[in-house]
Design a protein around this ligand. Structure first.
Ligand SMILES: NC(=O)c1ccc[n+]([C@@H]2O[C@H](COP(=O)([O-])OP(=O)(O)OC[C@H]3O[C@@H](n4cnc5c(N)ncnc54)[C@H](O)[C@@H]3O)[C@@H](O)[C@H]2O)c1
Length: 320
């Protein structure tokens, strides 16, 4: 049954998967005021109903938004569909271990979304996100700009947080990206990293806060790469930062902000790489990825991006 209190349904977001990530995203999205309607679906009906009730009881405290449970048919007039359905990463399990299980789930959901007649953007979050973005793209038959993976938007935020702590400056003065696979082969694009516009290579020698900044950088990069493993070991899953990263991507889409984010997208000769989805800097609008920023990476970084592409292609070949 529809939540009938609110009628404006301009910005509709459907979330497929009401688990830890899906529910946390809905909670953050409701508070953001970005959406007029949030529809939650999950194959676990009890969970879906419970999450909706728990959220609508907070309506007094956040901006006006209709929240209800629904089904894949609700995607028909949605501006954005976010896929967080699937099995979560278990302790000791790599993202690529999840590949077969989640490819079938995401592929089926993508087909259902396309069948609904949806003209919006599909945002894949379930892991391994780059593989599943590729699967969703192929199974939906949509154009590549409309199928996006959350990619390394979360990892880039983790990177910026660690840099800001290390350099003792506000995180908002730190501009930095993690690129490639959202997973073990991801890397820090140091050539794009700057603090208040000062390239990190120029900033580090004058900052003098650490004895050996080359070594420190390596440690920070490792810490970013292992973040998910640490959190999963502590509490079983990650949900808060990813929920907020998804709200950031949602804002860029619903408000067509031309925001540059490191989402996962299909490369077609970009950076000399083709036929694989991975994270590179992309301009995001209401049409999804409007263009890729093919910035000049260093030779080492280009090698690392190519390595990520090869890792992902190998994993893809195991399911295609
Ligand atoms: N991309 C990222 O940055 C990022 C970060 C964290 C987690 N994740 C991934 O997000 C996914 C969800 O994580 P979680 O912690 O919320 O897991 P979860 O187990 O709490 O929730 C998954 C939900 O998906 C539902 N589901 C499964 N198959 C479905 C289907 N066919 N249709 C509808 N619903 C279905 C389940 O019932 C469950 O409620 C995992 O794959 C996880 O690895 C990605």
């Amino acid at each position: 049954m529809k939540d009938t209190i609110y009628s404006a349904q301009q910005r509709k977001v459907v979330v497929v998967g009401a688990g830890a990530v899906g529910a946390t995203y809905c909670y953050a999205l409701a508070q953001s005021g970005l959406a007029d309607e949030i529809v939650i679906t999950d194959r676990n009906e009890d969970l879906m109903k419970g999450q909706v009730l728990d959220l609508v009881h907070g309506q007094t405290f956040f901006p006006t938004v209709a929240i209800r449970s629904g089904s894949i048919e609700d995607c028909a007039d949605a501006q954005l569909v976010v896929i967080t359905a699937g099995a979560a990463q278990k302790p000791g399990e790599t993202r690529l271990d999840l590949i077969k299980k989640n490819a079938e789930i995401t592929g089926g959901i993508a087909e259902g979304i396309a069948k609904s007649g949806c003209m919006g953007v599909m945002l894949v979050v379930s892991n391994p996100v780059d593989i599943l973005t590729y699967v969703a793209l192929k199974r939906s038959g949509w154009s590549k700009n409309r199928v996006i993976g959350s990619g390394t938007v979360l990892d880039s935020s983790r990177f910026r947080h660690l840099l800001s702590k290390h350099c003792d400056v506000d995180v908002h003065n730190v501009h930095a990206y993690i690129l490639g696979e959202h997973g073990d082969s991801e890397f820090a694009a140091w050539s794009m990293t700057n603090i208040a516009g000062i390239n990190i290579d120029k900033y580090c020698p004058v900052c003098a806060r650490c004895k050996d900044w080359k070594k420190e950088r390596k440690l920070i990069e490792e810490q970013v790469r292992d973040s998910a493993y640490h959190i999963i070991n502590y509490k079983g899953s990650t949900q808060f930062a990813v929920g907020l990263a998804l709200v950031r991507i949602t804002g860029a889409i619903l408000r067509s902000q031309n925001t540059i984010l490191s989402v996962s997208t299909l490369l077609e000769s970009d950076f000399g790489i083709s036929d694989v989805c991975l994270s590179v800097p992309c301009v995001i609008t209401d049409k999804g990825v409007s263009r890729i920023i093919e910035n000049p990476l260093s030779e080492v970084e280009l090698g690392l991006l190519t390595n990520s592409a090869n890792v992902l292609k190998k994993a893809l070949s195991s399911i295609l």
